[in-house]
Design a binder for this molecule. Structure first.
Ligand code: 6LW
Length: 530
């Protein structure tokens, strides 16, 4: 082999070795849309991540990744009413921040149902299968976390705006030691999201402070003993976008962190943040972001060099295994709907059925409307991109006057925009309606009679507007109104959730025999994934 050829071979070999060991760069958020309060664990070369879910069911979305960047939802941890009672759950009640840990062959997920008995955990050997029924624990506060060491299991949470620690029996949940106050943070409001890690001979206590809005920050303290005293890092906060340098950043509210050491030895954090649009408004909820961590010479963690992050992260990563998330079509031809779909509170399953051969999702209307805090007939998926198109086709059969079925852009029962087909008179006279609900205001923007029983509905989202269209042939889409995004935002409405695009049906009558038949649903990001 001549020398030149040899050099080319060596070059190619090193390149392939490099790309199987490292890659460069990724985009944040790694899980876009309403996926807040992330917690992560590693099992060998597999990574698992959970997020909070509030009033939505099934609860606690569960993701899997091989590279920390590309995440696939593999299910939920709480899939049965016996695990998660959301009956009395108000807006942004229900399931708060979870922690996932893996210990001795078992996965544990601990969280709070603020609308039920508080803190509990579930466990499983197979995270893609069923998780156990809840084991309730005594220590109050939110954001419970588990730390295992030498056959013991420690619990942290934040009653009274203070981080408390106790030992629990991981078989029964019983508290084995008195709850001890171990840190109140550096003075920011709402010290929360505690996690304990051990590295070399230090116990690190990682928390968030400042509240989950624009003042969010991450601080850390350490001690040689698990019960403290914990000494604050002089460089706190270690992650925050509250400073003047990040005032104009498209990412705000960074906080609620969990560490993971990757299988190649590198350290990372997953955390939540949000992306304002249309001025200082965010609609997509708090999303899951990723950043690298290094340990400085004094053994304190440094997040992404200076405690700030960007949408384009130009850093070395694990070898990447991309997953195609560019468009999501549900044809309703499978036995089950995908894990991206959620109901509101505990659903009445008798109102949902799949007619597989025809590829139809049949929804039954009830008198419970989208304005209620009950469980309307609603099934939705998160708006994950600022620019997107959502489309469906629906026919409303056997309907009586006042029955309706369509698409909603849903932030809460007090903030949603609905485009739907309605039975106007009970004599098979249908109309297309665009309606807004904002607090105590309800407004019918447009109502147009149509001769067909089946319509195509489309919503386009952009930074400032949602635009609504209908079609009777899936070719020509007519715009019938547009509405500002900002009125659905978290800043306008409060709460911890983000916008869903939902299929719904409801009736003005106590009993309705109608069936709202949806044949497919398509959600696609416009331009790129943001
Ligand atoms: C969560 C708390 C928080 O339990 O908001 O941002 C609360 N952090 O840690 C609800 O997500």
């Amino acid at each position: 082999m001549n020398k030149q050829l040899k050099l080319i071979f060596i070059g190619l070999f090193s390149l392939s070795l490099y790309s199987s060991t490292f890659a460069q760069g990724y985009k944040n958020p790694v899980i876009p849309g309403f996926y807040p309060d992330p917690s992560i664990c590693r099992v060998g070369e597999d990574y698992y991540l959970v997020t909070s879910s509030f009033e939505y069911f099934p609860a606690v979305p569960l993701f899997h990744s091989k590279d920390l960047i590309n995440w696939k939802q593999i299910g939920h941890c709480l899939t049965r009413a016996s695990q998660v009672n959301l009956e009395n759950c108000g807006v942004s009640g229900g399931i708060y921040a979870p922690t996932i840990r893996y210990h001795n062959g078992t996965f544990y997920m601990i969280t709070t149902n603020v609308s039920d008995k508080g803190n509990f955990f579930v466990y499983t050997k197979d995270p893609t299968g069923e998780w156990s029924d809840p084991i309730w624990i005594e220590q109050p506060g939110i954001d419970p976390s588990l730390y295992f060491e030498n056959g013991k299991c420690y619990l942290t949470s934040n009653p009274d705006n203070t981080i408390y620690l106790c030992e629990i029996d991981i078989k029964t949940g019983k508290q084995l030691s008195e709850s001890k106050a171990i840190w109140t943070g550096t003075g920011g409001r709402y010290p929360e999201a505690p996690h304990i890690y051990k590295k070399e001979d230090w116990y690190y206590l990682l928390i968030s402070e400042g509240g989950t809005e624009y003042g969010h920050q991450v601080t850390i303290a350490r001690s040689k003993k698990i019960e403290g005293p914990y000494i604050s890092n002089p460089a706190n906060p270690i992650l925050t976008h509250t400073k003047v340098e990040t005032q104009m950043s498209p990412i705000q509210g960074t906080g609620h962190v969990d560490f993971v050491q990757a299988h190649n030895g590198s350290w990372w954090v997953v955390f939540l943040a949000f992306r304002p649009q249309s001025g200082l408004h965010h609609l997509l909820g708090r999303e899951t972001f990723l950043a690298p961590v290094r340990w400085d010479k004094n053994a304190w963690p440094v997040i992404n060099g200076n405690g700030t992050v960007s949408l384009d992260m130009n850093v070395e990563t694990l070898p990447q295994k991309p997953i195609d998330t560019s468009s999501c079509i549900s044809d309703f031809e499978e036995n089950n709907i995908g894990p991206e779909w959620n109901y509101l509170r505990n659903p009445h399953f008798e109102n949902y059925s799949l007619v597989q051969k025809k590829g139809t999702l049949c929804l039954k209307p009830t008198i419970v409307s989208l304005d209620s805090i009950g469980s309307p007939t609603f099934i939705g998926r998160r708006q994950q991109h600022i620019n997107f198109t959502a489309k469906t086709t629906v026919s409303l059969n056997n309907s009586k006057a006042g029955d309706e079925a369509g698409l909603t852009v849903f932030m809460s029962n007090q903030a949603h925009y609905d485009i739907f087909i309605k039975e106007a008179t009970g004599k098979n006279k249908k109309s297309i309606v665009l309606r807004y609900r904002l607090g105590s205001l309800e407004h019918i923007e447009t109502e147009i009679s149509i001769p067909e029983n089946q319509v195509y509905l489309q919503i386009k989202g952009s930074a400032d507007y949602y635009t609504f269209y209908y079609s009777t042939d899936d070719k020509t889409y007519r715009p019938i109104g547009k509405m500002d995004t900002r009125y659905l935002s978290s800043e306008t409405n409060g709460g911890f959730t983000g916008v869903y695009i939902g299929l719904f049906t409801t009736s003005k009558k106590k009993t309705s025999n109608a069936s709202a038949d949806f044949h497919w649903f398509e959600y696609s990001p416009e331009k790129d994934r943001f």
